[in-house]
Design a binder for this molecule. Structure first.
Ligand code: PEP
Ligand code: MN
Length: 347
């Protein structure tokens, strides 16, 4: 709820409204503009009558923000969020970025080969799993800190920024010594303690859409991170579960990208690798993502997909990756909207 105070509202009027809202259990934020003061009240207090607030002296109007994801909502922040990283790389607005690398970090030389290729193709981020959320406890679980060391080393060698998945809030201090972005995976999208912890960390986060999550749930998960103090959230559409997984691993919800662009100011990228599970679909689905306005792509690339310890089937080899990147729409080597597309009109 937003309370817009009248131009002539006195300090006493403002304080009274704040006092009343606090009594009702709202968390408040007072925004003093040059001319008017706007008070934001956070909290799900559906039982509180708005009339009792609008009746207070100095209140001009009350706006109820209908979308439950208040901080992530475009109404609140019409401009696209642009996140700027330590080396000046940006994502959001007109800036797109490519996140490239193996599903799991395995050996250093293989990782470096991928990183060098990613750099050559003007990608911005090296991704690689150190803690892997595997369905079976018997599957490869990741090389943990050793993998993080390799990521950091490869970053130092190439200048790429790095991303890795965090599964446990207790690992955040250690992981953040090594990488620039924390990834919250699909399986943890509603792990609210983890969302709270990555929120408190302030480190940029890639939040992947849960396997069976609605768009509202997805944006509310982002809201947890933002509510806990971290505005640097990059959403990632990575496909959702449906009834047919014979030919694709998940169903790519391509419409979710322009829908989310309309609803939210946060950047959203597409992961065609986990969305499809098929190498041959990476190129067409990447193109589709760019056409509908994705702010970037996350693509799994392995130096030798046949020996990969996870997700080899969907990983591109280095030559395949280079060919596909060269065919995606770019401006000065960086990802760009497809020409003549309507993506600019979705907001
Ligand atoms: C990953 O990026 O390696 C991963 C496990 O993705 P998701 O959480 O989307 O399944
Ligand atoms: Mn993977």
């Amino acid at each position: 709820m937003i309370i817009v105070m009248e131009k002539k509202a006195t300090e006493e009027n403002i304080n009274k409204v704040c006092e009343r809202l606090t009594e009702y259990g709202f968390r408040i934020q007072v925004n003093r503009g040059e001319i008017i003061t706007v008070i934001e009240a956070f909290g799900d207090k559906t039982g509180v009558s708005q009339d009792r607030i609008s009746a207070l002296p100095g209140v001009k109007e009350i706006k109820v923000i209908r979308e439950p994801f208040r901080l992530a909502c475009r109404d609140r922040n019409p401009e696209d969020t642009v996140i700027t990283f330590k080396n000046g790389v940006k994502i959001g607005g007109n800036e797109k970025a490519a996140f490239v690398g193996p599903c799991s970090v395995e050996d250093y030389d293989g990782l470096l080969e991928v990183a060098v290729a990613a750099k050559e193709m003007q990608c911005e981020f090296l991704r690689g799993g150190a803690f892997k959320p595997r369905t079976s406890p018997y599957d490869f679980q990741g090389y943990e800190e050793k993998a993080l060391k390799y990521l950091k080393q490869a970053s130092e060698a190439t200048g790429l920024l790095t991303v890795t998945e965090v599964m446990d809030a207790d690992d955040i201090p250690m992981i953040s010594e090594y990488v620039d972005v924390l990834q919250v995976g699909a399986r943890n999208m509603q792990n609210f303690k983890l969302l709270t912890a990555v929120g408190k960390s302030g480190i940029p986060v890639i939040l992947k859409r849960g396997l069976c999550s609605t768009i509202t749930e997805f944006l509310l998960a982002a809201e947890y991170i933002m509510y806990n103090g971290n505005p640097n959230v990059i959403l990632c559409e990575r496909g959702i579960r449906s009834f047919d997984n014979k030919y694709t691993r998940n169903v790519v919800d391509i419409a979710a990208i322009p829908v989310i662009k309309k609803l939210s100011h946060l950047p959203i990228i597409l992961d065609p690798s986990h969305a499809t599970g098929q190498r041959y679909l990476i190129e067409p689905i990447s193109k589709a993502g760019l056409v509908v306005g994705a702010d970037g792509l996350m693509i799994e690339v392995h130096h030798n997909p046949e020996t990969a310890l996870s997700d080899g089937k969907q990983s591109l080899s280095i030559p395949e990756f280079k060919e596909i990147m060269a065919r995606l729409n770019t401006i000065n080597g960086r990802l760009a909207y497809e020409k003549n597309c309507l993506s600019a009109n979705v907001k």
